[in-house]
Ligand binder design. Structure first.
Ligand code: PLP
Length: 379
């Protein structure tokens, strides 16, 4: 098998799984319980949270666990909207967000919020002038992802923060950092809230977190019992939390070295695929190497994906969450319907091998010849 879909999800790390199993077995107490087993579980959970806080250079009280990035995005956007609606109902998001952000915006729009979509240039970079012009007195929130999930375009959040806060110091900034963490460095101090999920960094599925600066208040969207965290009531999943913390520790070491290696693999693919007339490489100078997007002219990306599957090569058409649709990110960057209508996302990891890439290039060539030949005879 050749797995080239690491941005959809990652296999759980061996050590992480071991941590999960051991915690499930030895720390099964409810961390909300007052007895010894509860205390043991609570202490372990608290030290895992402290480790996460140290990795991100934040306070442990600024972490709320959720069941993943979609849930964190919901808590952030709806939580802010509900808390600050009397101050304003204007929200700005980029055109390069994950579909979950747009779904939440649709909901917020249906209950009276006004959503603006900030433009970007042809490299995918947020248009700073447009952002500046969009910010108003009643803009309560700007949400811009750190790394776009389809193209890997990375935004300069520090600069974006300066622009926003200069225009309106009360505007709150959220960033979906799901595709950034574990691939490139992320700085939580560039934003007020940030979204993460464990299954993109070799952690277990079903756990994510929302960072929320202690100076920001948000309205809970879930209500219940349990004193661990008012924003996420109920019994905390201690094994998932401890395993997530472990995964995060393992994913955030040697970032630059890993990135250089992945860049070499990325370049190898770009060099090989650039020779096909019917392939367009959707890589900009802001794309991180772990995500490589291409468009196919005259071949349906889904057909190509299934042909690769025959060779046990796995990748995505645009993102796993929006497969089958026209790529919104490619439209936002290239403004080209043909280019956006048949895209493949090849996502790489430091675990990907050169041998896998060589084989992938070879299989790609065979399939491309066959499918483009088929197309020609059908014409
Ligand atoms: N945000 C981004 C940028 C993503 O890439 C994804 C997953 O593809 C999500 C959110 C959704 O993550 P989850 O599956 O943890 O809800």
């Amino acid at each position: 098998m050749i797995y080239l879909d690491y941005s959809a999800t990652t296999p759980i790390g061996f050590e992480v799984l071991d941590t999960y199993n051991r915690t499930s077995k030895d720390f099964f107490g409810n961390p909300n319980s007052l007895h010894e087993l509860g205390t043991k579980a609570r202490n372990l959970m608290n030290s895992a949270t402290k480790q996460i806080a140290e990795i991100f250079n934040i306070q442990d009280t600024e972490i709320t666990y959720t069941n993943g990035a979609t849930a964190s995005n919901n808590l952030a956007l709806i939580g802010i909207a509900m808390k600050y609606h009397q101050k304003g109902k204007h929200i700005i998001v980029s055109k390069l967000e994950h579909p979950s952000i747009y779904a939440i915006c649709d909901y917020l729009s249906s209950i009276g919020f006004e959503i603006s979509y900030v433009n970007n240039d042809h490299e995918g970079l947020i248009d700073f002038d447009d952002l500046k012009n969009l910010i108003r007195e009643d803009t309560i929130l700007v949400s811009i992802c750190a790394v776009n999930s389809e193209t890997g375009v990375r935004q300069p959040l520090k600069m974006i923060r300066q622009i926003i806060k200069k225009e309106n110091p009360n505007t709150i900034i959220h960033s979906d950092m799901t595709q950034g963490v574990g691939k490139v460095s992320v700085n939580l101090h560039d934003v007020d809230l940030a979204t993460f999920t464990s299954h993109k960094i070799y952690g277990p599925k079903g756990i994510g977190l929302l960072y929320k600066n202690n100076n920001i208040n948000i309205t809970p969207i879930l209500y219940g019992s349990g004193k661990s965290n008012i924003l996420n009531p109920g019994t905390p999943p201690v094994p998932l939390i401890v395993a997530f913390s472990k995964a995060l520790r393992l994913a955030t070491v040697d970032l630059e070295k890993r990135e250089r290696f992945v860049e070499r693999l990325n370049q190898k693919i770009v060099d090989a695929l650039s020779k096909y007339e019917g392939v367009m490489i959707n890589k900009t100078k802001y794309s991180i190497p772990h995500i490589l997007n291409i468009s196919l002219r005259n071949i349906k990306s889904e057909t190509f994906l299934h042909a690769l599957e025959e060779y046990e090569v796995y990748l995505s058409t645009n993102t796993a969450c929006s497969s089958g649709n026209t790529s919104t990110s490619i439209m936002a960057i290239y403004d080209d319907k043909v280019r956006a209508s048949s895209t493949l996302r090849i996502s790489l990891s430091h675990l990907t091998t050169t041998d896998e890439i060589n084989k992938f290039i070879n299989y790609f060539d065979q399939i491309y010849r066959k499918l483009s030949g088929l197309h020609n005879t059908n014409e």
